[in-house]
Design a protein around this ligand. Structure first.
Ligand code: FAS
Ligand code: PHB
Length: 396
């Protein structure tokens, strides 16, 4: 039976939509999630791999961390490889003990879907939202399709958690929207394989041939990336070609430790920085990739989705519990302050690690920057405190 009424209509069952629905549920606020894709598609997407300290703590606080605690890998440091050097940034030492948790977004998504379904939440898959109406006159309606029929979901508020390509941002009058965009002239070719990682922690590589990243999902499953042309085609890459190019970019002793194996998945992700301001239009609120995109270099995308919905859930709870509108009014500016700092770090980290031109001075300038950063307590602290995640502002 089609759903026609709820308090908060959520578009999208990615990390933003799922976590928002769970946070609202804990406040006794009803929501409906409308997701255009199938459950298996959503649960099969391979994406981010790193949870900031704050994101992991939030999942713990709200009771969605049981498997994360069992399977997540706490990392106190990351490594930067450049000019035949391998420099470890001891993030815990520079942030009073903060770490990141290696735990794939795929698992976060599955854990949140399980939690929502166990709570009996109306989480509707294969129900694309095709229209958003009335959000400027306090009578929002979501027009969605289910089994070929169109339905209308009336709600008090709409949360556009539908990602970069979603309908929410595109429904806003362009005259009300200010967008900022930087597209990078390269992509990331990623490979997932059931082989043990080449190193215990992540290694970010600046190499004359291009960027590389050694990451992982578990002690037996590795995730590697190499910078590729923006218009490259994954069909052009054999597993062997990937492994050869990866090892050419790694420090020799890391390259020797690489265990190769057949891909489970190989794909190319584009890199862009994008922000849409503001993140609120009457009763429509944007959260996550619907409002901003960061290059994955800083591992911020998933974590920004979590901080956005942390603020949005608190604002909605204050409205329903106390009739307050002040936090709703402050949501956009508060979320955007953290977004822009993550956009800055992700842009900086991308700019210092990737090959942009063949001009030798560009590479020498990058090496000088990395040499300075790793030779300076302030530089190491800057990398550490941004990578583990900047603190959330008080919002109450
Ligand atoms: P999502 O895009 O995850 O979810 C939006 C959901 O809305 C989707 O399920 C979509 O199907 C649904 N939707 C869209 N339009 C709809 C409509 N009209 N009706 C109903 N539903 C609709 N981040 C990192 O930190 N590290 C990484 O390595 C990394 N790699 C990435 C690789 C790729 C290929 C992509 C695309 C992103 C990557 N990201 C990475 C960023 C990613 O993790 C996002 O930041 C994260 O998924 C954001 O979550 P959401 O905002 O929930 O958006
Ligand atoms: C990943 O493991 O997918 C990953 C890790 C760190 C990043 C981006 C992606 O910066």
């Amino acid at each position: 039976m089609a759903l026609t009424r709820t308090q908060v209509g959520i578009i999208g069952s990615g990390p933003a939509g799922l976590l928002l629905s769970h946070l609202l549920h804990r406040e006794g606020i009803e929501s409906v999630i409308l997701e255009r894709r199938s459950r298996s598609y959503v649960e099969g997407r391979i994406r981010a791999g790193v949870l900031e300290q704050g994101t992991a703590d939030l999942l713990r606080e709200v009771g969605v961390a049981e498997r994360m605690e069992r399977e997540g890998l706490p990392h106190a440091g990351i490594n930067l490889a450049f000019s035949e050097r391998l420099e470890r940034i001891d993030m815990a030492a520079h942030t009073g003990g903060k770490t990141v948790l290696i735990y794939g977004q795929t698992k976060v998504t599955r854990d949140l879907i399980r939690a929502r379904l166990d709570a009996g939440a109306p989480l509707l898959f294969e129900t694309p939202v095709v229209g958003i109406e009335g959000y400027l006159d306090a009578k929002p309606r979501l027009i969605y399709e289910q089994n070929g029929q169109r339905h209308e979901l009336r709600c008090d508020f709409v949360a556009g958690c539908d990602g970069y390509h979603g309908i929410a941002r595109r429904s806003v009058d362009p005259a009300r929207l200010h967008t900022f965009e930087k597209t990078y002239p390269f992509g990331w070719l990623g490979l997932l394989a059931d082989v043990p990682p080449a190193a215990e922690e992540l290694i970010y590589v600046n190499h004359a041939r291009g960027f590389a990243l050694c990451s992982m999902r578990s002690p037996t499953r590795s995730r590697y990336y190499i910078q590729c042309d923006a218009d490259d085609d994954v069909a052009r890459w054999t597993d062997e070609a990937f492994w050869d190019e990866l090892r050419r970019r790694l420090p020799p002793r890391v390259a020797e430790a690489v265990v190769t194996g057949p891909r489970l998945e190989m794909s190319i992700a584009p890199l862009r920085s994008f922000v849409a301001e503001p993140m609120r239009f009457g009763r429509l609120f944007l959260a996550g990739d619907a409002a901003h995109i960061v290059p994955p270099t800083g591992a911020k995308g998933l974590n920004l989705a979590a901080s956005d919905v942390h603020y949005l859930a608190r604002a909605l709870a204050a409205h329903y519990r106390e009739g307050r509108t002040d936090l709703l009014d402050r949501y956009s500016e508060t979320a955007l302050r953290r977004v822009w700092k993550a956009i800055r770090f992700s842009w900086w980290f991308t700019s210092v690690l990737h090959k942009f031109t063949d001009d030798p001075i560009d590479h020498r300038l990058q090496i000088a920057e990395l040499d300075y950063i790793t030779g300076s307590n302030a530089g190491r602290t800057m990398v550490a405190e941004n990578y583990v995640g900047l603190p959330l502002e008080p919002f109450d």
